[in-house]
Write a protein that binds this ligand. Structure first.
Ligand code: AMP
Ligand code: GLY
Length: 429
């Protein structure tokens, strides 16, 4: 089957690597991809938000499966656009329509959804610009720290944890005054939860779900989880504290009510759901939903997936096999007992200002780890840095210590000016 993958990051290189190994994959195109993804398939210069361009490419090449990496095209309705084209109705499109993608696209929608379905999450209230005064009154009485979230997509920058009341007042005003454009026309004010974060991923067709490996991301730039938030500086899979008892609660209280809630509300959903969770005193709560896989979590979970992802997605789309109407609601993917650790190599200065265009060397010295490319470009045969998160190095081992050691050795072998990575990924978890 001919497959088109949309996106350009490390997650997409990992997806391309996994899918290219499938016997069902006869041709793989990645739009726009990156030099790493280009080793697994053919990169095409096409923007994922160019709906008609993507559809035209799918027609011209006879693409049979479209897999969407990032959230933006899903929130903008690319799946719906495909569903509306009569000649593309046979294309297997992995990613929800705009309505389902609202789980990520609108924090207020997600909170209301969780409230309707009794899914545990932090207490909250939503305020629009017209409700500025009542919002400030609410903040005046709220416990500190307090969490402010722009309602819409803000490229990972729309969440603020305020320790001081004055800071909360001014951040709240700035958000409602349009700091993040349309995305912060509404602000969710949320109780702060203290606990251990982890991520759970499923592939669902809206009625059935398949559990994929779990992971833990390290979001802060600095060691010891300090400094600014980033897209993610590293991930491990599985997180050691996520045991069977916790997962049983996650499934019963969070995953099942989410899938059943979507179904009950008539929201079709074929694609991935990424549950961003926090464990507080042994109880799981939802911090956020994403309508896609995580980056860099994907680079840690896919190497542990001991089955054919393309076959699994085909099954989900066709409603056959483990996704058949008479099959149990839940299945668990074949998962390797090995541990995985992923370390992100970033450009010096990231997540703030950084320079691009530095030559990358040493990739050939990485012996026993997988290297996924994210912010890279190729010029006259030389690989150059081209983004904040440049590469992700994944080690696999019999236990986490071995996986970490391999990832670290791989990270050390690669060089570029300003190279930065956290040396404490996976430690103290
Ligand atoms: P989000 O974009 O909703 O995942 O938020 C980004 C990060 O902010 C999360 O990964 C958490 O570390 C933190 N965060 C968000 N909501 C809360 C909360 N209610 N309590 C504590 N931390 C939170
Ligand atoms: N690593 C977090 C995310 O992909 O949203």
């Amino acid at each position: 089957m001919k497959i088109l993958l949309l996106g350009s990051g490390g997650r997409e290189h990992a997806l391309a690597w996994k899918m290219a190994g499938s016997p069902f994959c006869s041709a793989l195109y990645i739009a726009p991809g990156n030099p790493g993804a280009a080793r697994e398939g053919t990169c095409v210069s096409l923007a994922p938000d160019d709906f008609s361009g993507v559809a035209e490419f799918v027609r011209r090449e006879g693409i049979e499966m479209v897999v969407v990496g990032p959230e933006a095209p899903l929130v903008a309705g690319l799946a719906d656009y495909f569903a509306e084209q009569p000649d593309l109705s046979e294309v297997c499109f992995i990613g929800p329509g705009a309505e389902g993608a609202q789980l990520e696209g609108s924090k207020d929608f997600a909170k209301r959804f969780m409230q309707r379905h009794g899914i545990p999450t932090a207490a909250y209230r939503t305020f629009s610009a017209a409700e500025l005064e009542s919002g400030l009154q609410h903040l005046a009485k709220a416990n500190l720290p307090i969490v402010l979230k722009a309602d819409g997509l803000a490229a990972g920058k729309g969440v603020l944890i305020c320790e001081e009341r004055e800071e909360a007042f001014s951040a709240f005003r700035q958000m409602l005054e349009g700091q993040f454009g349309e995305a912060s026309r509404k602000v969710v004010v949320e109780e702060f939860l203290a606990g251990r974060e982890f991520s759970v991923f499923v592939l669902t067709n809206g009625s059935h779900y398949c559990l994929l490996p779990t992971a833990k991301d390290h979001k802060r730039i600095g060691e010891g989880d300090t400094g600014l938030n980033t897209g993610g500086m590293g991930a491990i899979s599985p997180p050691p504290f996520v045991d069977e008892e916790l997962m049983a609660k996650v499934e019963k209280r969070i995953i099942q009510p989410t899938i059943r809630g979507l179904q009950a509300e008539g929201i079709p959903y074929l694609g991935f759901i990424f549950f961003g969770l926090i464990e507080v005193d042994g109880e799981p709560y939802v911090i956020e939903y994403n309508c896609r896989l995580g980056d860099p979590e994907t680079q840690a979970i896919l190497p542990r997936l001991d089955e054919d992802l393309v076959a699994l997605m085909r099954e989900a789309a066709a409603g056959s096999g483990r996704f058949a109407a008479d099959a149990p609601e839940k299945c668990v993917a074949e998962i390797s007992p090995q541990a995985a650790a992923t370390i992100v190599l970033a450009s010096g200065g990231y997540p703030e200002h950084y320079e691009k265009g530095f030559p990358i060397s040493g990739l050939e010295k990485v012996q026993d780890a997988l290297v996924f490319q994210a912010g890279t470009s190729l010029k006259d045969g030389q690989l150059l840095t081209a983004g904040g998160r440049v590469l992700a190095v994944t080690g696999l081992g019999k236990d986490m210590a071995e996986a970490l050691q391999k990832a670290r050795a791989g990270a050390e072998a690669i060089e570029f000016e300003g190279r930065y990575f956290r040396r404490d990924i996976g430690l103290g978890v």
